[in-house]
Design a protein around this ligand. Structure first.
Ligand SMILES: Nc1ncnc2c1ncn2[C@@H]1O[C@H](COP(=O)(O)OP(=O)(O)O)[C@@H](O)[C@H]1O
Ligand SMILES: [Mg+2]
Length: 245
């Protein structure tokens, strides 16, 4: 499999806190990698350094074999190739759903309005929200807003999508509609790194599960192997807690 995202020997500190310790991770094109682990283990930081929202002190991060530059135009271009969906939807409240999805293609890519609008409507259709295009984010449910955020990320035609706990802020009845859209993207071959506590999604949609603890990747295995026979005590302990309720 062709590697799309590669991290080699990556280290990151916040002050004296060593949040990422010698991270080696390869995500192949079309692969879905679910990242799980206790709170504070470095999952969000991992997403943020892949997208260069944070810098690292050592190691390399490459996207399709190209080094991710620390700044400049090249960084902006490469960053657009990796979309990110956060726990908080971060939509612009004063813009319609349609305008939110069109914004980056218009501003960053300089697309023509007609083209950006047609594409945005296609994407809203894909996430089941074509009929909500003229509304404002506050008029939508949390699940709908998160689906708009996914459409917005797709509007830049990213090579990969990073999801940082995309359903953690949602009411239970809205979680499945978002996971369903993500599952569909996975089936269509989108390369995805997904931080989530949704173990059903990990089991059914992930090619690999990466388990993190204290800034390290402790296990990196198929969901089948990970859930039926976790190797480390930390993973066993984590699974027993998370699967109990
Ligand atoms: N901007 C920051 N400044 C200082 N410490 C941070 C910052 N962001 C995260 N941390 C700390 O880094 C560690 C890893 O955080 P994070 O990557 O958010 O973990 P997770 O997403 O797994 O809960 C935590 O101890 C957290 O408190
Ligand atoms: Mg986090």
């Amino acid at each position: 499999m062709e590697p799309l995202i590669e991290l080699r020997g990556v280290n990151k500190h916040y002050g004296t806190l060593h949040v990422l310790r010698d991270i080696n991770l390869t995500v192949g094109r079309g692969e879905v990698v679910v990242v799980i682990g206790p709170s504070g283990s470095g999952k969000s930081t991992l997403c943020r350094i892949i997208n260069r929202l944070e810098t690292v002190e050592s190691g390399t991060i490459t996207l399709a074999g190209r080094n991710l530059p620390a700044e400049g135009k090249e960084l902006a271009r490469l960053r657009a190739e990796v979309g990110m969906v956060f726990q908080a939807f971060n939509l612009f409240g004063h813009k319609t759903v349609l305008a939110n999805v069109m914004l980056a293609p218009l501003k960053v890519r300089g697309q023509k309005k007609d083209k950006a609008q047609a594409r945005a409507l296609d994407l809203l259709e894909r996430v089941g929200l074509a009929d909500q295009a003229a509304k404002y984010p506050a008029q939508l449910s949390g699940g709908q807003q998160q689906r708009v955020a996914i459409a917005r990320a797709l509007a830049m035609d990213p090579e990969a999508l990073l999801f940082d706990e995309p359903t953690s802020a949602l009411d239970p009845e809205m979680i499945s509609e978002v996971l369903e859209v993500m599952r569909q993207l996975a089936q269509e071959g989108m390369t995805m790194v997904v931080v989530t506590h949704e173990m059903g999604f990990a089991r059914s949609a992930a090619n690999r599960v990466v388990f993190m603890a204290e800034g390290q990747i402790v296990e990196d295995r198929t969901p089948e192997e990970f859930f039926t026979a976790p190797e480390s005590d930390r993973a066993k302990d984590f699974l027993s807690k998370i699967l109990k309720h």
